[in-house]
Write a protein of this length. Structure first.
Lengths: 473, 472
């Protein structure tokens, strides 16, 4: 932990009734001899270290990412369709099918769960099979190695729905068996696609291999003799391969592609994959929704995680021992973080006095040489003689102030940081101004700790999201 | 029999002015009739309308449909209902309402998007990649049975970009044509990075058709950036977690992608301001001796309050103003305008697209996802694709996005291969433009892919799905 020193006081000192600024000259608690014996010290050292375990952190990150995906700030809000404009619907009959679809109350998660339930572990969406009786239009059949009989069987069960929705299709029951061998046959016979002319002579040999894994394709392309022309494409329109698709003539004489100067001595241009390979690639069925997601990089390729201060956004250099949040280390951000932590403690049901005693022990055990000043240059008061005045701005000090207030002794002190409120001053502010909020609110409150905990409740709820349960640790 | 019927249909379809191009996006719909002949981009774009694809319920519990939301002035606490979730059209009840309002109702539809006789119009509809078949089926059925279009074609949006006039973008030796010639093909190799509202999809397209095995998706899009910015601003400045639209405007106004994240973060540090020390700018080897005074990235943003000001705006940072404001606020609580100063939020938020680990996500950054997608392609295709990368979608409008992606890709691709990442002038309507060009000038492709109403009623929706899946 870096040494944090007091910054020189630059802001003008304001005089108010009831308290005054006094320079801090008391000795540090870490230097003063401690009377606690080793047993107590050892016991105390197990207090609340590593509150935030890795699992908790994971959960917090998950929750945060979920909240990033939210559409509205309130879940479960229903926006009904406005019931206007009935005239335009008058002349139109809604078919039962459409009415059924319009009445679906499902959202994306339902459909995704459905699909995963139907085909767990599938990576492609198989093309739906169609009745053969009405298949006059030329079919461009994708030659998929995945169209095994297992798929057909699965598809048959899923096609029950198709039957009800198709309006003119023949009954499907006898078809799947006949389509199976037909499909496999088509793989062998390789129905030519009208767009591209029939593949070059090498079509004969690797057809049988076509149904195997995609690695074959790359092998194939590498085994092809390299084209004589320089086919490295910089300009999209200049693929020099025979296709029936009319293409624009390149702007320069094609002989220039063979120029000796263009040949690279250090880098061999990879060969152009054949037409057939490319046609295969583009006619594959689409991946499933989950399979198409980009996957996490390998462990060694991942960049190191960067952390930022939760208060101001600068690099997160300091990690809070208690909650695992990062702060940049400036006094302002650290104090704001402490305030948040105190509120968190209140939330968790700690009484202020109990918390104070714990904190006091913690502060004594702390070997950091903290000397506290603030960026605004305020100095704590020596009103409470029992508290070393230096620490009044620390956790301890704030806790004491809360306790003292509840006993009716505290008079508020204003700080230089003001409270901004966008709509109204309510408990939906956070962190840096939290301490000021306590002062602002409590100055008008008659109550004590219980009101503060309610306030803290709402503040931390707003900070952590409504899913935060105050009674969980 | 069916073939002659098809030919009849194709003869009837060869009249192109009745093709309605509908780019159905999660945030906005881009729609309009495709022009008759091939016009320049600016001319074609005049027929395109951008319509918000949502139902909004305002604080006063009044519901606005689609384009009606432009009348809404008080955006605070507005609730949205979007028919498209995660890029896929789930909720047809809402979508039908929006489409009826925007396209079929003469009183509310815009001149450019009003379809008077669907029975004589061909619909060209885009969808996202990797849509679940059940949802595709729903879409097909509702469209064919509800409105009765004469012809219908459903395709992935990314592949339509291949029909755009891209040579001027990628080949700097060619000056942009005023009148693009009509014999231009679809671009043979194009890597489309569609960075929209719900997600970012990377689609390599070959001859206008996507290579399915290499399509990758990153679950970060404009929505996530907006939510992240909302969180940050709510912590540091004002509580905006109920004001989605306001934060969206804020994001669009102020955010940019930094080329050098570390340097920008140093410059945005508040600590330097306090201690009156000049910001330490470590001279970069690549700096070229540019102006070394601290580039202040701070900006003041005035938030709207729905009464005097309906939309927020940004203005340059004014330090004196802040001190004056503080004093005023300390004195009395009368605030005439709500201003906040934003510094590092401007570039930290879009940074999560390139480095999702910043917020703890396990997904790879955009450049790494592109590399993953490329790894599924044959080597020469990889080389060509990486030299023709087109970024489309709303998030591509963030200044610095394209150059940052190019820089990052450059560090990941071997030096022999050139890397070119470009975007059209308006990335939002880029897909629509591609669809319009396809409809106007590539009739043969249209005829292969369009399905007529008669065919649907005869063969059914399964046949339709097959048609669209195998012929793209």
């Amino acid at each position: 932990m870096p040494l944090i020193e007091e910054l020189p006081v630059t802001a003008p000192v304001k005089a108010s009734a009831g308290w005054a600024y006094v320079p801090d000259t008391a000795p540090l608690p870490s230097q003063a001899p401690s009377n606690r014996n080793d047993r107590k010290r050892a016991a105390a050292s197990t207090i609340r270290h590593g509150v935030n375990t890795t699992a908790k952190r994971e959960k917090a990150i998950e929750r945060r990412l979920e909240s990033l995906n939210k559409e509205n700030y309130k879940d479960g809000v229903h926006v009904p369709i406005p019931p206007s404009n009935r005239e335009r619907d008058k002349g139109r009959k809604v078919t039962s099918n459409v009415r059924r679809i319009l009445g679906y109350q499902r959202n994306f998660a339902h459909y995704l769960a459905d699909e995963e339930g139907r085909n767990p572990g599938a990576t492609h969406y198989a093309l739906p099979a169609v009745a053969t009786g009405t298949m006059a239009p030329p079919e461009k059949m994708a030659t998929m190695q995945k169209s095994t009989s297992k798929d057909l069987g699965r598809r048959k069960s899923g096609r029950g729905r198709d039957v009800t929705t198709d309006e003119g299709s023949a009954p499907h029951a006898p078809q799947p068996q006949s389509r199976g061998p037909k499909r496999r046959q088509s793989v062998k016979s390789r129905i030519s696609i009208s767009e591209v002319n029939s593949s070059p002579a090498s079509a004969g040999t690797p057809v049988a291999q076509k149904t195997t894994t995609p690695q074959v394709k790359t092998e194939e392309s590498q085994s092809e003799h390299p084209q004589s022309q320089d086919i490295f494409m910089m300009d999209a329109a200049s693929i020099p391969e025979p296709t029936t698709v009319p293409k624009a003539q390149p702007d320069y004489p094609p002989a220039w592609d063979d120029d000796l100067l263009l040949r690279s001595s250090t880098y061999d241009i990879p060969p152009m994959p054949t037409d057939r390979v490319m046609q295969l690639l583009v006619s594959e069925p689409p991946l499933t929704y989950n399979a198409a997601r980009a996957t996490q990089l390998d462990k060694d390729k991942r960049p190191p995680p960067r952390h930022f201060c939760g208060i101001c956004g600068y690099w997160g250099r300091v990690k809070c021992k208690k909650c695992g949040e990062f702060t940049c280390g400036t006094m302002e951000c650290w104090k704001a973080h402490e305030d948040y932590w105190i509120l968190n403690c209140l939330m968790l049901g700690y009484g202020a006095t109990q918390m104070c005693s714990e904190l006091k022990e913690q502060a004594e055990l702390d070997t950091n040489t903290w000397r506290l000043g603030s960026a605004e240059g305020l100095q704590p008061t020596a009103l409470w003689s029992s508290v070393p005045s230096r620490s009044a701005n620390s956790i301890l000090g704030i806790a004491y102030r809360i306790v003292e207030f509840s006993r009716g002794k505290l008079v508020t002190s204003s700080t230089a940081s003001t409270t901004y409120s966008y709509k109204n001053v309510n408990a939906s502010h956070y962190f840096r101004t939290a301490r000021d909020y306590i002062h602002y609110e409590t100055s008008s409150l008659q109550g004590g700790i219980c009101d503060l905990s309610l306030l803290a409740d709402s503040v931390v709820n707003a900070a952590l999201g409504s899913s935060h349960n105050p009674h969980k640790t | 029999m069916a073939r002659t019927q098809r030919q009849n249909n194709s003869a009837a379809l060869s009249v192109p002015q009745n093709t309605f191009v509908l780019d159905n996006g999660a945030y906005t719909i881009k729609a309009g009739f495709a022009p008759n002949e091939l016009l320049s981009d600016n001319e074609s774009l005049k027929s395109c309308e951008t319509i918000p694809n949502c139902l909004v319920r305002s604080k006063e519990r009044k519901t606005y449909v689609a384009a009606q939301s432009n009348e809404l002035s008080q955006w605070s606490e507005a609730v949205f209902r979007r028919p498209i979730e995660n890029g896929q059209l789930v909720n047809w009840e809402a979508e039908k309402e929006i489409w009826d309002h925007a396209f079929f109702d003469q009183s509310t539809a815009h001149r450019n998007t009003f379809i008077s006789t669907p029975s004589e119009t061909t619909l060209l509809l885009t969808e996202s990649s990797n849509v679940m078949p059940a949802l595709q089926r729903n879409t097909d059925e509702v469209i064919m049975e509800e409105w009765g279009f004469r012809g219908y074609m459903r395709t992935t949006g990314s592949s339509l970009n291949a029909y755009n006039h891209l040579r001027a973008l990628f080949d700097t030796a060619i000056t942009p044509d005023a009148q693009p010639s009509s014999t231009k093909l679809p671009a043979d190799c194009l890597l489309v990075v569609d960075s929209g509202y719900s997600c970012t999809t990377i689609t390599p397209c070959f001859q206008g058709r996507p290579i399915q095995r290499a399509i990758r998706r990153l679950d970060f899009g404009g929505k996530h950036l907006t939510n992240y910015l909302k969180e940050i601003v709510s912590v540091r400045h004002f509580d905006l977690h109920q004001d989605m639209k306001i934060v969206n405007d804020l994001k669009e106004d102020i955010s940019f992608v930094s080329i050098d994240f570390k340097r920008d973060l140093e410059q945005a540090w508040k600590g330097s301001r306090r201690s009156n020390k000049p910001v330490q700018i470590i001279p970069d080897a690549m700096d070229l001796g540019e102006d070394e005074s601290a580039k202040d990235t701070r900006i003041d943003y005035v938030l709207p309050d729905g009464v005097n000001l309906t939309r927020g705006y940004a203005r340059p940072y004014d330090p004196s103003r802040e001190i004056a404001n503080r004093r005023k606020l300390a004195a009395a609580q009368n605030i005439d305008e709500i201003v906040m100063t934003l510094g590092n939020e401007r570039f930290v938020v879009p940074e999560i697209m390139f480095n999702p680990a910043d917020i703890g996500s396990k997904q790879p950054g955009l450049a790494d996802a592109v590399v993953q997608s490329l790894s599924k392609l044959p080597p020469l295709i990889q080389a060509t694709m990486i030299a023709n990368v087109l970024v489309v979608g709303g998030t591509a409008k963030i200044p610095g996005f394209v150059s940052r992606l190019q820089d990052e890709l450059r560090t990941r691709i071997r030096t022999e291969w050139p890397v070119q990442v470009r975007r059209m002038d308006d990335p939002v309507t880029s897909t629509w433009l591609g669809g319009a060009r396809l409809a106007s000038s590539h009739q043969e492709v249209m005829q292969k892919m369009v399905v007529t109403r008669e065919q649907y009623h005869e063969y059914g929706s399964a046949w339709l799905a097959r048609q669209f899946a195998s012929v793209r």
